[in-house]
Design a protein around this ligand. Sequence first.
Ligand code: ADP
Ligand code: MG
Length: 395
Amino acid sequence: MSRRIFEEELGRETVFRDASKLLPDYVPPVLVHRDEEFRQLTRFFRPVIDNMASQRALITGSTGVGKTALTMKFGAEFKSTGAGKKLNLDYLHINCRKDKTLHAVFMKLVQHYNPRWPYRGLGPEKLLDMVVKYLSSHDIYLLLALDELDYFIQLNGPDILYSLTRAFEELGGPNRISIIAIARDKGEFLRLLDPPTQSTFLHNVMPLSKYNSKQLANIMNQRVGDAFRPGAVDPEAVELIADVASRWGDARLALELLWRSGMVADRERSDSVLPEHAREAKAEVYPEIKKESLQDLNYHEKLLLLALARRLKISKQAYAITGEVEKAYAVVCEEYGEAPLKHTQLWERLKKLGELGLADVQPSGPGQRGQSMRASIPEAPVVWIEKELVKQLKS
Ligand code: ADP
Ligand code: MG
């Protein structure tokens, strides 16, 4: 029986040609709409190629604006330029949310150059020393991308950036490691650093803006030909997805919705992806609000959103005024044994939730005194938000 099901399914028509072209890790041969940014990165790092002068840059932007993809593309180009110029240029991309300790990051460096080095029991500084000596003796200049560095520094503090400078000072000779730091928010990231380290990034900051609906449609259309069979995607389905995803400017969400729409079309035995499939896919992804965007929040943002969700759950209303939210937040903080943020900071966090599309924050209208505001969660059931946040806060 299982054999028959297996064969039946394999024999079934599918709208896909190669669904892997829609996966988040796939980097397309060309990035549309990021030429200017690529050019800017080239200018930032030109001194490395011209004068072996180490550089640092900071790339910022919200989820799915192409920070990782752009950096990887640039890194690949940087590395291959060296060959033509007889320079040993190298590139390494480390996701510091996955490798979340100093030791793990420096291990990645060590393993990149020699997986067989005896590294057991060595502390992070020793690991870095090995790499620094290796770079010097092989005359290599490395461009190191530290992706999601804001998470790392929130967790471990900014020592990693000092270590990377200090190592070369101790050895003498040029600093052979240039850095691309990737973070969500410029202000928040820089605040985690001390002024001298801040200034090493300050002149080379590149914010990536959110994609608009048209750009998202172009990004999807660029992949449609490779990912789907000819004619298997109704352009209106793409438009609809672009509209949904444009609220966050998030290409990752757009591509995920496109992939899911294809899955829905297959499930429903349709020979093409239609707007109705896109709508279903959207409902599946759960709502406009996804787990990952909740994961992206810092601790107090989660506590605050949890407070808002609970307040709305209890009141059964669409909105809560900020005074109520603040009270609910104080209760949640007590529950989690955290000192609550001060009013202005809390207000900033709330605005941030609004910008991320997780909450909707607006003036509570005439008739209310002062700058009273109200907040809501328009895009997902509050019960779901509460459940998900409680789970995340536990881990
Ligand atoms: P971020 O790191 O900012 O969260 P990513 O670089 O992971 O975003 O991009 C999310 C997804 O969207 C990836 O699959 C990436 O390949 C794709 N993508 C982002 N920007 C573009 C673009 N300009 N052109 C084509 N694909 C893009
Ligand atoms: Mg990324």
